[in-house]
Design a protein. Structure first.
Length: 374
């Protein structure tokens, strides 16, 4: 009777006897097709004695740094997991023999095909050893500029990024206004005077410090301050004025919902994979305020939380038409069912974002010039 029962189960439920006892643990690998490249991806999943699943993902062609997997599940033929560190998720379906999964990876608005096969010791792709972490610059150092280059960004360039590549500090597709607000921790409404081109013309600025090591965020900003003076001939004075601001606060007797960052990290990571999504890592509350005022909100943002330390958190909201104005004109965003930014601060971070007035520094530009040829 047992063989007939198995055949009957196969006919009714479309699953094989092998699949009924399928185990998701093991090594799975496949090639992710993205608009820019084909990327080899590996997932290693383990099952603990109590049946809980854990795992790590690796993008072999992008440095192979381990990415924690979470919310791993196998329900019948359907498997799911998330990679919150990169705001991605995977959903797929077991093949009949249980040794393949056909599915999609979602990171941003468009799902991408990712079909996986169970690897054996003979077929498993080698995962390269990650490069050693960069040696940090002496935190007491005041780095100067060994060499710097400035060139206009391509007309079709999109987005904006401050990053380190090797020993070079880079500002990609940034205006002088962007550079000033980043380097001096200011909102555009805290910048007065100056010609119109400081907001319209966009540049790629590359700076090589004259001191070895990776600069921390304060040193990065100091280097861009020096590049603004050296390459754009920036001169200014400051004034104190009362401005409309947003304040980030921790409600009385409340606890925030953020996770303390692991020790040993250097630069904070506050990059927006899409408008309205901020998977922040190793960030202080001041970093959060500066990111909000630089990229998102239409007025300065001040940190009044009195929360010390660095934290990991994800802020996911539905942006309105007044947010992300510095990114340039954009079509209206479709309603994604997410809360607005004020609700998201409270529900996801346990913090409050509120409108108020406060005295603030204003940078008044006395002189600025377009850069000379490199």
């Amino acid at each position: 009777m047992r063989p007939r029962l198995l055949v009957l189960l196969t006919l009714i439920f479309g699953v094989s006897a092998t699949l009924l006892g399928q185990d998701l643990s093991g090594t799975w690998q496949g090639t992710l097709t993205t608009p820019a490249a084909q990327l080899r991806v590996v997932f290693k999943i383990a099952k603990s004695a109590d049946g809980k699943l854990s795992g790590q993902g690796f993008s072999i062609d992008q440095g192979a740094q381990p990415i924690p997997m979470n919310a791993i599940s196998a329900d019948g033929r359907v498997v799911k997991w998330k990679l919150d560190a990169i705001s991605a998720s995977y959903e797929g379906t077991f093949a009949a023999d249980g040794n393949a999964i056909n599915g999609t990876m979602t990171q941003g608005p468009t799902p991408m095909t990712l079909n996986l096969t169970r690897a054996t010791p003979q077929t498993a792709w080698a995962i390269p050893e990650p490069p050693p972490p960069p040696k940090p610059m002496d935190p007491a150092a005041d780095p100067g500029i060994e060499v710097s280059t400035v060139k206009l960004s391509p007309p079709d360039a999109r987005g904006r990024l401050y990053t380190m590549r090797g020993t070079q500090l880079m500002a990609i597709n940034t205006s002088v206004m962007n550079l000033i607000t980043f380097a001096y921790d200011l909102h555009e409404k805290q910048i007065s005077a100056g010609p119109s081109w400081i907001s319209s013309d966009r540049f790629e600025v590359v700076v090589k410090p004259d001191i070895p090591g990776q600069p921390n965020i304060s040193q990065m900003k100091r280097l861009f301050q020096k590049a603004l003076v050296d390459r754009f001939q920036l001169k200014f004075h400051t004034e104190k004025r009362e401005l409309s601001v947003y304040a980030i606060t921790l409600p009385a007797n409340a606890k925030h919902k953020m996770t303390e960052s692991a020790p040993g990290q250097n630069l904070p990571n506050l990059i927006y994979p899409r408008l309205g999504l901020l998977p922040a890592r190793n960030a202080t509350m001041t970093d959060l305020a500066q990111s909000m005022q630089t990229a998102v909100l239409d007025r300065p943002v001040v940190n009044q939380t009195k929360i010390e330390g660095r934290y990991d958190f994800t802020l996911d909201w539905m942006p309105d038409e007044f947010q992300f104005a510095s990114f340039g004109p954009r079509p209206p965003s479709p309603d994604n069912g997410k809360p607005n930014i004020f609700q998201a601060f409270q529900e996801q971070l346990g913090l409050k974002l509120e409108s108020t007035k406060a005295p603030a520094d204003v940078l008044v530009i006395d002189k600025v010039e377009k850069p000379s040829d490199n």
